[in-house]
Write a protein that binds this ligand. Structure first.
Ligand SMILES: Nc1ncnc2c1ncn2[C@@H]1O[C@H](COP(=O)(O)OP(=O)(O)OP(=O)(O)O)[C@@H](O)[C@H]1O
Length: 252
């Protein structure tokens, strides 16, 4: 009997950008980006300063609009959405983690994590339960009553991650999430991302300068002068990973 081999990836891409351009005034920060990311994938985006990483993430996150081209995330064709529809997309579909934690100092850790649920009208009992679950996932349930300034930088970033995932978004976007952290704390943060990806099936797109942490991703795309120049599968063995990191170091 003859079995036709199913091509991989079989599923339709979760994120699809085709010839995406973004202008700031006359300046083209993105110059025809093409990228496909599968659901459940953990994708890193690397590239030199000013190459367009944050711009691309802002477009995928619906924080800004494409100037030209096709950009779809799940069922949402972002280039076609109105501002209200974009707001809804962000609220229902996404979690964001940034380099700075943006926690509210006068609120407790628990209240900070509950915030996105207040905006969604979730009742207080359920809010508390979900926020504690999110804190459990980042290993900070025991610090729920503290205030952000009583925590280390790594712990504050873990609170920011709990806040980003409290409504169980399908897509988590992270912009230099380890940018302010030492390498040991960065590794802890990356283990949390890997766990969210593995256990909750959350698709993650992470922009980073830090090549030490790309071993946690499935694939890494390199962007240069506003164009994705290459996408690599991240190797599973240390030796081949080191070879890839050395190759990428010459370009980032
Ligand atoms: N709001 C803006 N107005 C004008 N130009 C902008 C704006 N945002 C970004 N740019 C320009 O677009 C280009 C891409 O910026 P972007 O922030 O996407 O780069 P990046 O790869 O994330 O850089 P970095 O690693 O330094 O954060 C840069 O030349 C930047 O100066």
């Amino acid at each position: 009997m003859y079995f036709k081999e199913v091509p991989f990836p079989f599923v339709v891409s979760f994120i699809e950008a085709r010839d995406v351009w973004k202008y700031y005034g006359d300046y083209p920060a993105l110059r025809g980006v093409n990228i496909e990311i599968k659901e459940g994938e953990f994708r890193c985006i690397i590239g030199p300063s000013g190459s367009g990483k944050t711009t691309l993430l802002s477009l995928i996150g619906g924080l800004d609009r494409v100037s030209r081209g096709y950009l779809r995330v799940g069922p949402y064709e972002l280039h076609k959405l109105s501002n209200t529809e974009l707001d809804r997309y962000r609220n229902e579909f996404l979690g964001f983690v940034f380099q700075l934690y943006y926690l509210i100092p006068r609120m407790t850790v628990l209240e900070n994590v509950e915030l996105p649920l207040i905006a969604r009208g979730v009742d207080p009992g359920r809010r508390r339960k979900l926020a504690l679950e999110a804190l459990e996932m980042v290993g900070l349930r025991n610090k729920a009553r503290r205030r952000p300034n009583e925590l280390s930088g790594g712990e504050q970033q873990r609170v920011a991650i709990a806040r980003a995932i409290v409504s169980r978004p399908r897509l988590l976007l992270a912009d230099e999430p380890t940018g302010n952290l030492d390498s040991k704390t960065a590794a802890v943060i990356m283990d949390i991302f890997s766990k969210l990806n593995r256990e909750l099936g959350m698709t993650i797109v992470m922009v980073t300068h830090n090549l030490e942490i790309i071993g946690n991703c499935h694939r890494v795309s390199r962007i240069s002068d506003g164009v994705i120049t290459r996408t690599y599968d991240v190797p599973q063995t240390h030796e081949t990973l080191d070879t890839l990191i050395r190759e990428l170091m010459t370009t980032v």
